[in-house]
Ligand binder design. Structure first.
Ligand code: DP6
Length: 383
């Protein structure tokens, strides 16, 4: 029998986006990307794993529902870990022959449409690496689950190096700075009410690689300069440079999506309103105080400094009226900044265009935890 290992792992949001693979099987990107890891106390994936002789076939349960284990990416992660365990002789051959049971859940609503695969795969490989007692950089194993997952194995600010090797051995993530380095950094996620059909990252990326001329220019010319500049801005805690690069890169990523044929449209009218509001706000401040970034969906992620949070929250509440009592998750209702609102050059939009906001900060990488609530009982049933 083996122990049950439980891990938690964070979500990460990229400032320099990963979009486009040079190898779809090994999940090798065309360009470096840079992200920030969010606090697991607000959003995280939690995964328990065990290996036992009486489990008849490998099992995976996602948010309490059993899914098929046929997913190739999942199998690739498990096989990579087992191959390393065999090489390092960290567990017995008998242990390696047993099937696994994996139970994974997110503590944030999946309805938010927020990318959960990064946290999920980072969590899975962290738990499996402990189960099989291997010593290795788990970022390259997380990468074969989902590219962006390799960045969720570190806290703070993280860079995923595209690498040049055909086998992906140098396509790994490294930490730029830990979560305490820029302590004042805060994140507000604006969850946009949306019913649009989502085009998967896999499809969107391969279409961009095949058809977008702009992607080639982005990879060769724009990203290398931006990565260098944003790493320096992070080290120097230069918010306006950080914010400007973040917004430009989000805009260019969505331009690449539109330049794909057929185009991939992820941002909605509400997303574009958010962009307009943030630019108007920064203009009215005479300084870049907030950055927006959008992944492959309509939700906005705002980066800002703690001192500006009350004013920005009150602006968002004013611009996006809501009938929800639980609009801001993670913070009390902000006080209204009357002067800002009176002079703001846009009228409030119609009610309930945003579902809710998530307020959070940067955090650390995955952790192994002892949490009885998520363990399996002796019969192997979910508790
Ligand atoms: C827009 O990591 O989800 O969020 O490697 O195919 O699993 P796969 O893609 P995924 O792509 C994330 C793309 C992005 C940008 C980013 O996080 O860098």
């Amino acid at each position: 029998m083996s122990d049950i290992i439980t891990a938690i792992a964070p979500v990460n949001i990229a400032m320099i986006k990963y979009w486009g693979k040079r190898d779809e099987k090994l999940i090798l990107p065309l360009n470096d990307s840079v992200s920030a890891t969010l606090d697991t106390s607000v959003m995280c994936a939690k995964t328990s794993v065990c290996a036992r002789p009486d489990i008849l076939e490998n099992e995976i349960w996602l948010n309490g529902i059993q899914n098929s284990f046929s997913n190739q990416r999942l199998q690739n992660c498990l096989n990579s870990i087992k191959a390393i365990a065999r090489e390092q002789q960290s567990v017995s051959e008998e242990f390696l022959s047993w099937n696994v049971r994996i139970c994974s859940m997110n503590n944030f609503p999946t309805a938010a449409g927020l990318a959960s695969s990064a946290a999920g795969y980072a969590c899975l490989v962290t738990a499996l690496a402990r189960l099989y007692k291997i010593k290795t950089d788990v970022s390259k194993i997380a990468r074969v689950g989902s590219g962006s997952a390799c960045r969720s194995v570190f806290g703070g600010f993280v860079r995923w190096h595209a690498g040049v090797q055909a086998d992906g051995s140098d396509s790994i993530a490294t930490q730029i700075a830990d979560s305490s380095h820029w302590n004042e950094m805060r994140v507000i996620i604006l969850v946009v009410a949306d019913t649009k059909k989502h085009i998967s990252s896999v499809k969107g990326m391969s279409c961009a690689v095949e058809t977008s001329e702009l992607l080639k220019y982005r990879v060769q010319v724009c990203v290398p300069t931006r990565v260098k500049q944003i790493c320096e801005a992070i080290k120097d805690k230069d918010f306006s440079t950080f914010a400007e690069i973040t917004m430009k890169d989000s805009n260019q990523f969505h331009a690449v999506c539109l330049d794909s044929y057929p185009p991939c449209v992820y941002m909605t009218d509400v997303s574009h309103k958010i962009v307009e509001i943030i630019h108007k706000y920064n203009e009215s401040c005479g300084a870049v105080k907030v950055a927006y970034t959008f992944d492959a969906g309509p939700n906005a992620c705002l980066y800002l400094l703690e001192k500006d949070v009350p004013e920005v929250l009150s602006l968002i509440k004013h611009m996006f009226p809501t009938t929800s009592d639980d609009f801001i998750k993670g913070l009390d209702a902000p006080t209204t900044h009357i002067d800002l609102i009176k002079e703001f050059p846009m009228n409030p939009l119609e009610p309930n265009l945003l579902k809710y906001l998530i307020y959070t900060k940067l955090g650390d990488g995955p952790e192994i935890i002892t949490d009885e609530s998520h363990l399996l009982n002796a019969q192997g049933n979910l508790l």
